[in-house]
Design a protein around this ligand. Structure first.
Ligand code: ADP
Ligand code: MG
Length: 204
């Protein structure tokens, strides 16, 4: 897999079948162990009723920031592989799933191809994306400078419940971030959001 300069990819995670919390927590660890990817920050876990068909279980959602040194298309392929490995099969549009992994943003890239739209076009309308993203990055902006916080008011009527911090651990092998990246980021110790099992803190 060709190595690129590192970008911060923001990934939205969702699940509402099987053991949704466990699938999301394991997915964070699986993303962390993907080649050329290292998870840098993870939101808490949020529960919310489905959009789309209503005759399906509530969703669990979270957002993760990943230092990614591969092209966005390769990241999408890898994420689809993790969805399949979690047992995802196609049901119906916006239907129930074992695991959904969406690339919400990829650095300041803007992409519009048949297989990939970045930033993800639904960000502004999804409370379950905006709240966890703003939890880990309160000043989050899209590449065009739009502040995500400005959209929160319009989505607040979609119920969203903070459950608890997401529990995960760096994969032992993922300390193998591409040579020089940690040094380049000036990283000497884990930040709160980088450390597994962050201190329980309910966002306001
Ligand atoms: P949704 O997430 O909207 O419920 P799916 O997960 O079934 O839908 O994805 C459908 C297709 O959306 C995928 O095959 C993928 O190629 C495409 N897609 C386009 N943009 C993105 C993105 N930013 N992140 C993830 N998938 C995307
Ligand atoms: Mg998806």
């Amino acid at each position: 897999m060709a190595q690129e300069l590192a970008s911060i990819a923001t990934i939205g995670l969702g699940a509402n079948l099987g053991d949704p919390i466990g699938q999301i927590e394991r997915a964070v660890e699986a993303i962390d162990s993907l080649p050329l990817c290292r998870v840098r920050a993870v939101s808490g876990l949020y529960a919310n009723p489905p959009i789309g068909p209503q005759d399906q279980p509530d969703y669990i959602n979270a957002v993760a920031e990943v230092e990614a040194s591969l092209v966005p298309e390769a990241l999408l392929r890898a994420l689809k592989g993790l969805e399949r490995a979690a047992g995802r099969s196609f049901t119906r549009h916006w239907g129930e799933r074992m695991l959904d992994l969406d690339i919400l943003a990829f650095g300041d890239r803007e992409i519009a191809t048949a297989e990939l739209t970045v930033p993800h076009p639904e960000i502004a309308h999804r409370h379950f994306v905006l709240a966890p993203w703003l939890e880990i990055r309160p000043d989050a902006r899209l590449p065009d400078g739009t502040r995500l916080a400005g959209w929160l008011g319009a989505v607040r009527d979609h119920p969203l419940r903070f459950l608890r911090p997401l529990q995960w651990q760096h994969h032992p092998d993922s300390v193998r971030a591409p040579v020089g990246l940690d040094a380049a980021a000036g990283r000497s110790r884990p930040t709160r959001s980088d450390a597994p099992g962050p201190t329980p803190r309910r966002p306001s």
